[in-house]
Design a protein around this ligand. Sequence first.
Ligand code: ADE
Length: 249
Amino acid sequence: MMRFDVLTLFPNMFSSPLNESILKRAQEENLIAIKVHDIRDFTSDKHHTADDYPYGGGRGMVMKPEPIIMAIGKVRPRIGESRVILLTPQGKRFDQKYAVGLSKLSCLIIICGKYEGIDERVREYVDEEISIGDYILSGGELAAMVLLDAVARLIPGVLGNPESAEDESFFNRLLEYPQYTRPRKYNGLDVPEVLLSGNHQAINKWRHAQSLRRTLERRPDLLEEAELSDEDLRILSEIKQELDPGKRW
Ligand code: ADE
């Protein structure tokens, strides 16, 4: 069982995303445990002050160090491998490989910072700073949910079908092939014939070629790191010719 402890000033933001669909089932089946802690509960003054004016002046409020550090102390387990993560646009960029690495740990402590700031001394208690992308959210909460979802679904048993996570794009650095369901004809748009053929070898071949095509068209940067067979390279050069016969690739 993997344990996630989330430290936040806005615990209510987590209730609905954690109580639906895959994350809900994973908790019910004890594959993961997610505990959301209100940082305000770790304040010691009458007004439960979690933030304060910045020294040196300036806009916004800064999250105080003591409540956050108290909260880390309370949730950090004595055994098992835990990692304290701070979500911030200044962190290392999150991606699928990063998620795979985190999914092998037994406990993550995730601190959601306010974008305006968090007292710098909190960083002394943090193992890793993570950004989910080059844009600014108003707080780390949505980023924490992205991270939670991406990591939780990699834990064995969380997805019904054990192959689903590996089969997907980004695992082998290719984009997904197109999917279809009924009806077979819709507004003049037909499902590709090969998918109706029942020939699984032909279907797999078509899907793989479609993945290669999509990746070439939309994310050629991913192909540079993908492990490609001679057959893949042959398919790609055919697609390149077809896309732009005049061009020398
Ligand atoms: N907090 C605000 N923006 C963020 C981002 N892009 N990633 C992680 N945490 C954040």
